[in-house]
Design a protein around this ligand. Structure first.
Ligand code: UFG
Length: 327
């Protein structure tokens, strides 16, 4: 059985990935410090609670296992927080990832799949955003992810460590079987917040800015279903094993939806009304972020199964209704 280390496997995207890998009969080990993940989100495999900063724990883990590849989901993800606490982002997202890569080199583990982000591109110069778009991140979060992409290039050169960087646009939705979903604390993402308003866990939803240069004045994003993201990781793993080559891919559906469209669609799907409040712009939000994922489809053979916003919201709603909040 192929053994995969999933770092951050108790988090939102990592936990869905673990479930998919187990379903495909991989031997899975999860490393997570549970700073934001949940132990009960890890539905199987071997679980190790440790911090990436703990070099001894990391070294022991690699000494005791023969990992074929590492998938790295453990990072801090809040743009606003990254502006206020850059040190946290450079420590966790850059320095700790560097420790992980150094450990991989020592133990001769050659394949790495990295959760990167649309935030590495900064303010879009054109849309949809393809892989050649200039990379000028405008906040420490985006910079930290780009730094790792750059380190990976050097690790390939020096050590033959092959990596695939997957640049997610707006990850959303939940496990279609209802077992897993999004549980951030605090929650900052639009779709779960709107659903919380629909379920009355939240009094209202704020629209951060309605004076953008978009059709209805609100920001446009490319929402991608978590299952489709996880499928891309499996394909990336196959790609690394077949081609022994590093690569980078943008992942989105290529369809933009405005904040107002997301809110309207959520009302339709949930059949609920809730209060919507126009509010100030949030710092650092580009007006439009839409992916050109042609390369992922051509090179990896990736196709989204749930590219309709309804499905994304439906699955996230199922999770919102069935999960035993608060947790
Ligand atoms: N929004 C609201 N109200 C809310 C929450 C969000 O109007 O209560 C708006 C935001 O201003 C934004 C859109 O909804 O225009 C989407 O916001 P999210 O927080 O859900 O997602 P982001 O687009 O901010 O985040 C994504 C990725 C990050 C990446 C970032 C780059 O999740 O990893 O894009 O801008 F860094």
């Amino acid at each position: 059985m192929t053994s995969i280390l999933v770092v951050g496997g108790a988090g939102y995207i990592g936990s869905h990935m673990v479930k998919l890998l187990l379903g495909r009969h991989f031997d899975v080990t999860v490393l997570d410090n549970l700073s934001s993940g949940h132990r009960d989100a890890v539905v199987g495999g071997c679980f190790v609670q440790a911090d990436l900063e703990d070099k001894i724990a990391l070294d022991n883990l690699f000494a005791e296992n023969q990992f074929a590849a590492v998938m790295h989901f453990a990072s801090c993800i809040e743009v606003g927080e990254s502006v206020e606490r850059p040190g946290k982002y450079y420590q966790n997202n850059v320095a700790n990832t560097l420790s992980l890569l150094n450990t991989m080199v020592v133990h001769k583990v050659k394949h790495f799949i990295f959760s990167s982000t649309a935030a590495i591109f900064g303010q879009p110069e054109y849309t949809p955003i393809d892989e050649n778009h200039p990379k000028k991140p405008i906040n420490p979060y985006g910079k930290s992810k780009l730094m790792v992409e750059q380190m990976l290039e050097d690790f390939d050169h020096a050590h033959g460590l092959k990596s695939v960087c997957l640049r997610y646009f707006n990850a959303a939705g939940a496990d279609p079987e209802g077992q897993l979903g999004e549980r951030h604390n605090p929650e900052t993402h639009l779709i779960p917040l709107v659903l919380q308003a629909a379920s009355r866990r939240r009094k209202q939803i704020y629209i951060y800015g309605s004076d953008y240069e978009t059709e209805d004045g609100t920001c446009v994003r490319d929402y991608i279903h978590i299952s489709d993201l996880c499928d891309a990781h499996l394909l990336a793993l196959a790609y690394l094993r077949e081609n022994q080559q590093s690569n980078q891919f943008n992942l989105g559906n290529g369809n933009g939806f405005s904040v107002r469209e997301v809110i309207d669609k959520t009302s339709q799907v949930t059949q609920k009304n809730f209060e919507v409040v126009d509010s100030e712009r949030r710092q650092g939000d580009p007006a439009v972020l839409v992916a050109d994922a042609k390369k992922a489809s051509e090179v990896l053979g990736w196709q989204a199964k749930f590219n309709q916003l309804e499905k994304i919201i439906e699955h996230a709603w199922q999770w919102e209704l069935n999960h035993n909040w608060p947790n």
